[in-house]
Structures are given as structure tokens and as C-alpha cells.
Design a protein around this ligand. Structure first.
Ligand SMILES: [Zn+2]
Ligand SMILES: [Zn+2]
Length: 166
């Protein structure tokens, strides 16, 4: 299977349309069946909430939303659900903010690069083999085995750059 991940329009990891959320949920369902993993109701619910938010979301925000839906859950339960989704490649974690966002290509394991707007928080996942390849090459030179790469680039998104006063 190709590791290439082009992150086309459909693959935009933030602000997916409702149709895209449906497709992502179906894809997640299929992957869990294929991998013999239990896609429990809570895991499903958490993934759906992550997909539906237009910005990367933190665990406590998810807890609030669960409570609004009448499903109270303890923080460790939500963290475990998020860990599961991370392991399956269904979500990515932004280390700098400790927030999560859905990945549109869970069937292709990949490292990710994120453009994070420092003003509105909008986060776009982009795939660039060049940067990630360079990281691996340099790590190899130090005999370092890369397990996980996540690159977060801070700056201003197009919207904020064009509308500097709001
Ligand atoms: Zn991704
Ligand atoms: Zn912005």
C-alpha cells in the first residue's frame, strides 16, 4: 500500500462537511473490523465529536460535550478512548496544545505536519514527504530510530492574514 498521502480537499482535517464526517466514520468502522478492534460506542462518539469540531479539541471540551449529551464519563475514560483513536491513526494529537484533530487518511500510516494559526487556532494538516524524509535521514545519521514525527508550524492562517482586525 502506498504511504503517500496527498491531503486533497476531501482530506482537509478540519471543518469537514457532514458528508465527510459520515465517510470518515464509515472508514473508521471498516478499519476497526479489519484490525479486529472494538469500536465501542464511546470511541465512536469521541471520534465523531473530534470530526465535527472546526478546530482541534481538548479532552476537557470533549468531556463537556459528552455531559451535554447526557453521557457523563470520567477523564481517564475519555483519554483512553483518545489513545485508542491515536493508536489506530484516526486522530492526531497536537503536542503544543494537547488537542486532537481527525485524520482523513487513517488507512495510511503517516507522519504529519500541521500549520497552526496562532490567532484563531485553525489547524491544517499537510503532507510533505520532503521535510519528513529529511528528519528521518538526519535521525539515521545519529543512529536514532524515529517512532513518531509530528511537526507543528506556528503562524497566521490565510483568513487572519487577510482580516487583521477580526
Ligand atoms: Zn493525517
Ligand atoms: Zn487564523
Amino acid at each position: 500500500m502506498s504511504r503517500e498521502c496527498t491531503h486533497s480537499d476531501l482530506a482537509s482535517c478540519t471543518r469537514p462537511s457532514s458528508g465527510q464526517v459520515g465517510a470518515l466514520m464509515q472508514q473508521a468502522e471498516n478499519l476497526c473490523v479489519e484490525r479486529n478492534q472494538r469500536f465501542t460506542e464511546l470511541r465512536r462518539l469521541v471520534l465523531e465529536m473530534v470530526c465535527r469540531t472546526d478546530q482541534p479539541v481538548g479532552a476537557y471540551q470533549l468531556l463537556d460535550e459528552l455531559r451535554d449529551r447526557g453521557r457523563s464519563a470520567a477523564p481517564p475514560t475519555v483519554y483512553r478512548a483518545l489513545d485508542f483513536l491515536l493508536q489506530q491513526g484516526l486522530v492526531h494529537r497536537l503536542t503544543s496544545r494537547n488537542t486532537y484533530l481527525a485524520c482523513a487518511h487513517p488507512n495510511r500510516p503517516h507522519a504529519a505536519l500541521f500549520l497552526v494559526c496562532k490567532r484563531c487556532g485553525h489547524t491544517q494538516e499537510v503532507y510533505t514527504e520532503g521535510v519528513l524524509g529529511a528528519v528521518k535521514t538526519r535521525a539515521d545519521e545519529f543512529g536514532f530510530i524515529v517512532e513518531h514525527t509530528s511537526v507543528e508550524v506556528s503562524g497566521l492562517c490565510k483568513h487572519c492574514e487577510e482580516h487583521p482586525h477580526g
